[in-house]
Design a protein around this ligand. Structure first.
Ligand code: ADP
Ligand code: MG
Length: 241
């Protein structure tokens, strides 16, 4: 991939990033951070703070109005449009509104990323079934997303995002529709993926998850980003943001 940015040590780097919609004032202002490979961060801030907007720049759904975003060493502003899908494929995304494919079954929604990369059907059957069991959807594999509850759709969206073991996982309030026991379980899935090397960013409102899982926070207030290190004794390792 061309356009390697020499000042980019992280998997994701934002430099002086600003974002505005239409003629409104900037939703995000002067955002600077870098996510080290294998790091885990929460993204916090009240509703409307810009969490989803920031994540959408990470998964290349929109470009900053100013400044520079780099993902896997690619300066997004300089990357050719036709190259973006190759970067995008390395990122698992859990959308706040799920964006499941309604005409496909639960099984086929999760299988899709594997089919795109040419995995054999035998392997797909094993992996998808195992993951759907983990997210407690094994009895719903043939159901279409619309016939599932909000919490079930959310778990399905998470399964689809992680099935490929992406290098980077971006999840937008992925536990907003499930009870605390399931939220804990889903967090363990993210932690496990992270231990295998995936860089993780999770936008959340849940003070409970934030306090129970001691990871550094990217915190948005008034369009600006504050970085709050993890509070554990090994926070130095985590705080490399
Ligand atoms: N597509 C859009 N067009 C115009 N304004 C938007 C759009 N998306 C978000 N916004 C505005 O940007 C601000 C941040 O929104 P968002 O990123 O969704 O915040 P959060 O995810 O933290 O709730 C809000 O004021 C919201 O109304
Ligand atoms: Mg949001």
């Amino acid at each position: 991939m061309a356009n390697f940015s020499p000042i980019t040590p992280g998997v994701v780097t934002f430099e002086s990033v600003g974002l505005r919609y239409d003629k409104s004032s900037e939703v995000l202002k002067d955002i600077n951070f870098s996510l080290r490979a294998g790091s885990f961060h929460f993204l916090t801030g009240k509703s409307g703070a810009g969490k989803s907007s920031l994540l959408s720049m990470i998964y290349l759904a929109q470009r900053p109005t100013r400044g520079q975003v780099s993902v896997f060493g690619n300066n997004v502003g300089l990357t050719k449009r036709q190259d973006l899908p190759f970067i995008r494929r390395r990122i698992g995304v859990v959308f706040q509104d799920f964006r499941l494919i309604n005409h496909l079954s639960a099984f086929d929604n999760v299988a899709l990323p594997l089919r795109v990369n040419g995995t054999s059907e035998a392997v797909i059957k094993n992996h998808v079934t195992e993951l759907l069991r983990w997210v407690e959807l094994e009895d719903y594999m043939k159901y279409k997303p619309q016939s599932l509850s909000g919490g079930q759709q959310q778990r399905l969206a998470i399964a689809r995002a992680v099935i490929n073991r992406p290098e980077l996982l971006v999840a937008d309030e992925p536990t907003g529709n499930v009870d605390n026991a399931i939220a804990q379980k889903l967090m363990r899935l993210f932690v496990q993926l992270n231990k295998q090397g995936t860089t993780v960013v999770i936008a959340t409102h849940s003070e409970r998850l934030i306090s129970e899982f001691n990871y550094p926070r990217l915190h948005l207030v008034d369009g600006k980003l504050r970085i709050i290190p993890a509070s554990s004794s090994n926070s130095e390792e985590n705080a490399n943001v």
